[in-house]
Write a new protein. Sequence first.
Length: 472
Amino acid sequence: MSVSSCVLIVDSDSEVSRITTEAFRDADTRFITVPDSEAAAFEMMHRNFDVVVCDLSGAGFNGFEFLKSVRLSSPQIPIIGIAPPSGSRSAIEAVKAGAFDFLSKPLDAGEIRRAVGEAIQCSRKASEPVSIDPKNEFEDESDTLVGNSRAMLDVYKALGRLSPTPVTVLIRGETGTGKELVARALFQHGHRAHRPFIIVNCAAIPENLLESELFGHEKGSFTGATSTRIGKFEQANNATLFLDEIGDLDLSLQSKLLRVLQEKRFQRVGGSSDIDVDVRIIAATHRPLERMIAEGEFREDLFYRLNVATIKLPPLRDRTGDVPLLVGFFLKRFSRELGLPPVTMSRSALSRLESARFPGNVRQLQNLVRKALLKCRGFSIERALVEELLEETEVAEGKGSDERSLRGWCHDLISAAAQGGEGEAHRKAIETVESLLLEEALRQSEGNITRAAEWLGLSRLTLREKVKKLGI
């Protein structure tokens, strides 16, 4: 169920309102436009806003004074400042005053959609509470960490120990274990919970854009840089920055990140002036960083800077007894969200889920429960339905024609090696399978290296080297 967003526009220029609302015509977002700070203050007293877009150059009121007053009264609300272009001066002043982002007039529909969309996400992630409910005893609308296994109790203790401190935290765990949820819990129980929570998924942003995303850029610094852009580090000044999938950063960006962590300053792309920042870093990865260090893909000095404190999230297979609790939680939540009658799951079905491998961990279990709830038509979820849904994502071990074909191919490979007296069977098998696997990943990703590397569990650098080596 989507929840509509509400954005306040403080500007007497009707063109700003027109461009902004037009950019979001397909989104579930409501815009309220007022001409000055008095009207804005009245609206903010009577309703909650996710984002404020404010003209900083308006003749009718002092936009900077309004910005500062909102930062004091409602520090979690992201404010996007807008003003006529004047080099980087307005952007610098806006960020110093507490703006989340800054855009030059005349507004570009794509830029305002990006900025407002990011601000809404930041506002939601910061304000939606993350509860810790080990036994799933409470009916709660919030996102919840559920589980009372010994492995999860260790996670809760680490959260309690690290949340109040300003230290950098590295969250480690397989895909789907809930790393973002833990990062939000660290933020919400931390000393900067009253400030924004900025999220960057390092694997989701193309490599050539990631530096600008993190550090911003100056107008004219490269083709298409038509205005100064504020980066995530500036947005997170005196706040919290969550760097998800930190293992996907290339080496050049790792060097720049290391400098920020060491010196607390950086330069925008194309800039020459240092920008001082005070940012609490939370990072996460599912990658084996130690192995990447040994292979020259991740800086050892950066690893030690990030690894000041670590929270290791256990895979679902190591969380003994947590599957029934998670299933109960998801059934209650999805029944409520989808408007369906509450249902139960048979003991046999639960037993099958407890024995499943779940390479996608909690996220995979969550998707399976949602599908089961939609398919069971109000009746109890039985083992047969669970088996059917598991087959969609889990390859049955020891069964099927694919395994027989693979065994036959291995038999032929070993037989040929035995007859020819060669000891190359292992190398040939690995190269053949790896080549086919990489080709298929690149085919399905339509040549997108970042996406293919993510699916394969490799860094982009490693994938490029393998593609070159195998002549793909």
